[in-house]
Write a protein that binds this ligand. Structure first.
Ligand code: GLU
Length: 464
């Protein structure tokens, strides 16, 4: 098959649970493929499972995609709003003889399945109601509303070259006649997907490999509708840290929670991109680089395993290279939730601390030290703020009360105190850090003091 020239990809989540990292990766790749080929990316919400679909889950999908910058050109389209369209296509298929009513009751289907299982056969519909030339169908029962079944070809095979899995061939005798409309006439999942992929002119279906078994059935429906199937790429599963398929049932977090935890969208994109795709040994890259490099030829074939420590590391690398004022805005959103007000110093604070933080939440914790109360632990106070050092702290307070408020002048004041009191830098720096920032581990003393307001420094050091 010739590769289509104008690519159209889609993300088609079912809003039946809060979208997690494993799911959103199935949005990232089709988005990237559309972007790097100058095509279109479409969002389609597959909400036909009325019992399990929720608006809250739709909201997380839309919010998560927007946060990660996975912008779509069309949609969101909702399958529930397209039911009339599916019914119209169904009627056409029926009029062309591709679909037939099946009156087998649930009890009969169960009995059939039991017989097949007992005979060690694969459970499948046996074609009782499939019309064939010269075949007499059973009498139509009065009390059964029929389902509609798709007349799957009985000979030959379905073949496609999957962009991830390579050549796949499934014999048609493996496939039974799929139910494509329920007794109440509502169309079923595999049929709706095909109608949508045709109507939305999708050229590349990039989705999780839990759908690979649906593909031969879908391709047969494409053929019955006289359309060529798209190119398929079935992505291997994302496993959680325990090696299980990632799912919200075993603790996967909604994508948006990573924003609350201080992850940067570009870091998430970077991390997720590597979870099943590679560009040589490159681990850290920008969104722009990703879009320059992405193609469907370097998708991984084996399951990828989520690793939170690696995600944190990737985030830390992106934090280091993010502009201070951009970080300040993100830190401010965390601090807003704590009711902490900041000022123009916030960018400089981010600049000073960003190398030691792997999330913007951690950066916000540091920033809060400059704007809110700090609580030093008793243990730190006892260990560092000893009677030996207290006179030095008093002297430092005196000098800081009058010196010019700049890093260099503060450095001079500190040196003078050390010389007068005969102390080494750590002996003074540790207690001062504990008193000022609630931690003995901070960047250099002159740098942090200079970022505080003079009054705050003096007030906190006087507590020694
Ligand atoms: N709605 C399906 C899901 O959430 C995806 C179907 C598709 O991509 O074709 O798993």
């Amino acid at each position: 098959m010739n590769e289509p020239t104008h690519t159209r990809t889609r993300f088609a989540p079912s809003p039946t649970g809060f979208i997690h990292l494993g799911n959103i990766r199935s949005a990232l790749y089709p988005w990237a493929f559309a972007r790097c080929t100058g095509g279109d990316f479409i969002l389609r919400i597959e909400d036909t499972d009325l019992d399990r679909s929720t608006q809250a889950a739709v909201d997380v999908i839309i919010e998560g995609m927007s946060w990660l910058g996975l912008n779509y050109d069309e949609g969101p389209f909702y399958q529930m709003q397209r039911i009339d369209r599916y019914k119209a296509v169904l009627a056409k298929l029926q009029s062309q003889g591709h679909v037939y009513p099946c009156y087998m009751s649930m009890a009969e289907l169960d009995a059939l399945r039991e017989r097949q299982t007992a005979a060690k056969e694969k459970p499948r519909y046996d074609g009782t109601w499939r019309p064939e030339l010269g075949k007499t169908l059973p009498p139509i029962p009065a009390d059964v509303q029929p389902v509609l079944r798709f007349k799957n070809p009985q000979t030959g095979s379905v073949k496609w070259v999957d962009k991830v899995k390579g050549f796949i061939e499934i014999s048609n005798d493996e496939l039974d006649d799929l139910v494509i409309a329920r007794p109440d006439g509502t169309p079923t999942y595999n049929f709706c997907v095909v109608v949508d992929d045709i109507d939305m002119a999708i050229t590349h279906v990039i989705r999780g490999d839990d759908h690979v078994n649906n593909t031969p059935r879908q391709i047969n429906i494409f053929k019955a509708l006289g359309k060529e199937a798209p190119v398929y790429a079935h992505l291997p599963t994302v496993l959680n840290e325990l090696g299980e398929k990632m799912s919200k049932r075993n603790g996967a977090k909604p994508v948006t929670q990573y924003r609350e935890e201080g992850y940067l969208p570009d870091a998430m994109v970077n991390y997720l991109a590597r979870l099943g795709w590679s560009h040589g040994d490159d681990e850290i890259f920008s969104r722009e680089q990703f879009l320059q490099w992405f193609n469907l030829d370097h998708l991984g074939k084996s399951a990828a395993q989520f690793d939170e420590a690696k995600l944190r590391w990737v985030n830390a690398q992106h934090i280091k290279s993010t502009a201070d004022d951009v970080l300040a805005l993100l830190v401010q959103t965390h601090l807003d939730k704590r009711g902490v007000q900041t000022d123009a110093r916030l960018s400089s604070i981010c600049a000073l601390f960003k190398d030691r933080c792997d999330t913007t939440l951690a950066l916000a914790d540091w920033a809060a030290v400059f704007y809110a109360d700090v609580h030093s632990t008793e243990e730190d106070l006892q260990q560092h703020v000893t009677d030996v050092v207290k006179p030095a702290i008093t002297l430092l307070v005196d000098k800081l009360a009058v010196c010019e408020w700049s890093k260099s002048s503060i450095a001079v004041a500190i040196k003078e105190v050390l010389a007068v009191c005969g102390l080494k830098m750590p002996q003074l720096a540790m207690p001062v850090r504990v008193l000022l920032a609630g931690s003995a581990h901070t960047p250099s003393l002159d740098a942090i003091i200079a970022l505080f307001e003079r009054e705050k420094v003096i007030a906190r050091l006087k507590q020694a």
